[in-house]
Design a protein around this ligand. Structure first.
Ligand SMILES: [Zn+2]
Length: 219
């Protein structure tokens, strides 16, 4: 490994961190996973947020994705047994709702997850980490500490919109595992300021800007 420093804190790297977490995938061989140099402290520091991230999206998409459903049923059931508090917290936030078509026709039940501000923060922490990892993989550079990583959540309406499809036309697409995770990106040559779209379970969930922070001069 050429880079000997943790890409998150710049201390000495003594482990490899998976981007995104390995536990999100089922039936993938190690060589297909993305890893970046990391110190032990950063590596284990993401664990709780990543558990939450996986559980949140797997339960959210289990009705739409076979892979999400399997994750939910197997691995997650096991991890809830280990840490019941996390499972209970998710359960409290889920609310069954009736799905209606635009014409008002009943389409069956769906689960609505009430997302709190602190959950959103946890999810954003995981997205931030994934972006730092992908940036390193693609550009062989560490996101400078004074740059900003701005995360936008893609809403179901936006997903349908042309806008997103238009955006992806100019972007490179990398598939890590087709049914689980893929990403899109585009960047300004030389500076590596970039835009990213993260797809989980075939659904685009986040678009993210990595930018040099504008320096405001006080004249
Ligand atoms: Zn570190």
């Amino acid at each position: 490994m050429e880079n000997k420093n943790c890409i998150f804190c710049l201390e000495k790297a003594d482990t490899k961190e998976h981007i995104p977490a390995k536990q999100l995938f089922k039936g993938i061989s190690d060589k297909d996973l993305i890893t970046v140099p990391s110190c032990k402290k950063c590596n284990s520091g993401f664990q709780k947020d990543e558990d939450f991230f996986r559980q949140f999206w797997a339960s959210f998409f289990m009705g739409r994705s076979k892979e999400a459903k399997q994750l939910m049923e197997n691995e997650i059931t096991r991890s809830i047994k280990r840490r019941p508090a996390l499972g209970w917290q998710m359960f409290k936030q889920m609310k069954p709702v009736n799905r209606l078509s635009e014409a008002g026709e009943h389409l069956g039940k769906a689960t609505l997850i009430n997302i709190t501000e602190s959950d959103r923060t946890r999810i954003n922490r995981v997205v931030d980490k994934i972006i730092q990892g992908l940036f390193f993989k693609e550009f062989k550079k560490i996101v400078p500490k004074d740059w900003s990583i701005t995360i936008h959540w893609i809403t179901p309406n936006m997903e349908k919109e042309q806008k997103l499809q238009e955006m992806t036309k100019t972007m490179a697409c990398k598939v890590v595992k087709e049914d689980t995770f893929a990403y899109w990106f585009n960047f300004v040559p030389d500076t590596y300021q970039s835009v990213w779209i993260l797809d989980f379970f075939r659904i685009p969930l986040f678009y993210v800007f990595v930018r040099e922070t504008t320096k405001i001069s006080n004249k």
